[in-house]
Design a protein around this ligand. Structure first.
Ligand code: ADP
Ligand code: UDP
Length: 236
């Protein structure tokens, strides 16, 4: 499978067309941004970590019955995926208070919830990804009622699977962001990535942060945290 033209360059990945109109190649970059693009930097080796970890987790989710866009890993940074129309919702699942949940509602980080919190943001950079609820999403026709129900139930099932898996790696899955897409035949599938860029991971014993918060908050040892997550996941 060969790349043809570049279709899109985002903050963390590039997307290329292929000879097959139903397939695209995503290429993961080392570029990192935070705070709505205001903070920019490079995390050496991040592209390879995020590509390999995403593919590993997508395979695991597929095996558990979750349809995903994953097709084939080409090399360290590049993967063939089904081309989808991205549903413009950032689907956030939270098990423990952190980040915007803590700042928005004025609570400390680290409070474990009895039930997972499911949250949507409107994926729209110009509007700075505002928080919205299901009725807002329906009013804006971002997805149908059935699609939103499917997305919610898939997101909660993904949370159960990932929480258990990361617990076995000695990692608490605090929160994460998912994106879903619609294939040409109308199926809703998990798309985009699942990585230390899009999840909060805390060491189960020490609560040390092993994710992009090390970059966002200038905590140091950023590359080391990504590498440590690779070792935990692949057991290397
Ligand atoms: P951003 O657009 O937020 O800067 P990225 O740099 O990660 O994000 O760019 C990757 C883009 O590709 C995102 O807009 C994402 O929604 C989109 N994308 C992810 N998976 C697929 C897919 N299977 N088909 C088409 N687009 C996808
Ligand atoms: N997240 C993401 N992309 C975004 C916003 C959030 O991947 O554009 C992830 C983030 O890494 C965290 C979770 O979603 O794991 C919840 O993020 P939050 O709303 O707390 O916002 P943040 O503090 O990350 O801006």
């Amino acid at each position: 499978m060969e790349k043809t033209v570049q279709l899109y360059e985002g903050k963390a990945k590039k997307v290329y067309a292929t000879d097959d109109p139903n397939l695209v190649i995503v290429s993961y970059k080392d570029d990192a941004t935070a705070f709505d693009g205001a903070k920019k930097g490079t995390i050496r080796g991040k592209g390879a970590v995020n590509n390999r970890m995403t593919n590993f987790l997508m395979r695991k989710l597929e095996a558990a019955g979750i349809p995903t866009h994953f097709v084939e890993e080409l090399n360290d940074r590049e993967t063939v995926v089904k081309k989808v129309q991205i549903v413009p919702l950032e689907v956030i699942v939270r098990n423990v208070s952190a980040g915007h949940f803590a700042s928005r509602y004025g609570v400390e980080e680290g409070i474990a919830f009895d039930e997972p919190v499911l949250e949507f943001s409107y994926k729209n950079d110009d509007l700075h990804d505002p928080l919205l609820n299901t009725s807002h999403a329906l009013a804006l026709k971002l997805a149908t009622k059935e699609e939103i129900a499917t997305i919610k139930s898939m997101a909660l099932k993904i949370n159960d699977i990932l929480k258990d898996f990361f617990a076995q790696c000695g990692v608490r899955l605090i929160d994460f962001k998912l994106e879903f897409g619609k294939t040409t035949d109308g199926q809703i599938v998990l798309a985009d990535e699942i990585s230390p860029d899009t999840c909060r991971f805390w060491d189960a014993k020490t609560n040390e942060k092993l994710d992009k918060d090390r970059f966002r908050r200038d905590l140091g040892n950023v590359e080391e945290a990504y590498e440590e997550m690779m070792r935990r996941v692949f057991g290397e």
